[in-house]
Design a protein around this ligand. Structure first.
Ligand SMILES: [Zn+2]
Length: 213
């Protein structure tokens, strides 16, 4: 359930960067430039960059927890493994807490790199010559690469079923979250979902306010 919730790209990157974790000892670091998932196939594509230089303390390579009780999801570094807890249990370990990893918990794309891709698309007139949504797609990928966004996404259906109400539209909820100061984007992995640094419990509260407002 957890992996379906967050997507499998992180696992793919996790395996790759896991193998190259040993290479880190030799002074290399790995980071994703562009990641792509398509339901048809399914297709998983990850473009990684290998640079000389050390990763600070295995940043973005760790574990994630999911609490089926409250739906909260968090990431943990190796050092924090013994401190995994859930807010719904007053910071204590929830008995039903599911932990996965090690995997990639950082951004799936490099925003600057994808912006360059978008510029090339304009220069090469790929959008005007071909009938594709390439430009729109790349803009969405750039939105997803916001480093303030967490590893996973939240399905609107999950907000609806936990709040026991019909969820507001994706765009209504997104602008409400932005107004509250949270980072938010769509997810190319799951169409009716959002990526946000707003905790699920707060998303539910905001969705309820929208319905009552
Ligand atoms: Zn919980």
């Amino acid at each position: 359930m957890l992996l379906r919730r967050m997507g499998t790209l992180q696992v793919v990157i996790g395996h790759t960067s896991g193998a190259l974790r040993d290479a880190a000892v030799l002074g290399y670091r790995v980071s994703p430039l562009f990641s792509y998932y398509s339901y048809h196939g399914p297709v998983f594509r990850v473009m990684l960059q290998v640079n000389r230089g050390r990763v600070p303390e295995n940043r973005h390579y760790g574990f994630i927890s999911y609490c089926p009780q409250c739906g909260n999801s968090q990431s943990y570094s190796w050092d924090e493994l013994g401190k995994i807890s859930c807010p719904c249990n007053n910071g204590e370990v929830s008995p039903s807490l599911v932990v996965s990893g090690p995997l990639w918990t950082g951004p799936l794309h490099d925003g600057d790199y994808v912006t360059e891709m978008l510029n090339l698309v304009g220069q090469w007139r790929w959008t005007s010559n071909r009938d594709t949504d390439l430009e729109k797609f790349l803009k969405q990928i750039i939105d997803e690469s916001d480093p303030n966004l967490p590893f996973g996404y939240i399905k609107l259906d999950e907000i609806g079923s936990r709040a026991k109400m019909n969820t507001p539209s994706l765009s209504t909820l997104m602008s409400a979250l932005q107004k509250e100061g949270y980072a938010v984007s769509r997810s190319h992995i799951s169409p009716n979902s959002i990526k946000t640094n707003c905790p699920l419990t707060m998303c539910i509260q905001i969705a309820r306010q929208l319905q009552n407002g």
